[in-house]
Design a protein. Structure first.
Length: 73
């Protein structure tokens, strides 16, 4: 179930996550079907909203190597 409190616009998410620009988010959204980000997106009319929880899951899946249980923080 979607928690509306977790939905963000591109601008809102870019403001919360300064490591990513609005342009980069829009590029990821444009290629969402091929990069696996589609489950994090909700489209209503012409607006696209990003489910922050699903975005974080997608982002975690982009690690170049699995996170080890033994790694020091």
């Amino acid at each position: 179930m979607i928690d509306y409190k977790e939905l963000r616009t591109v601008k809102q998410l870019a403001a919360e996550a300064p490591f990513v620009t609005e342009s980069k988010l829009r590029w990821w959204i444009f290629h969402a079907e091929t990069n696996g980000m589609a489950p994090a997106l909700i489209k209503i009319g012409g607006r696209v909203y990003i489910d922050r929880s699903e975005f974080n899951k997608w982002l975690e899946g982009q690690r170049m190597a699995p996170k080890s249980q033994n790694q020091a923080a």
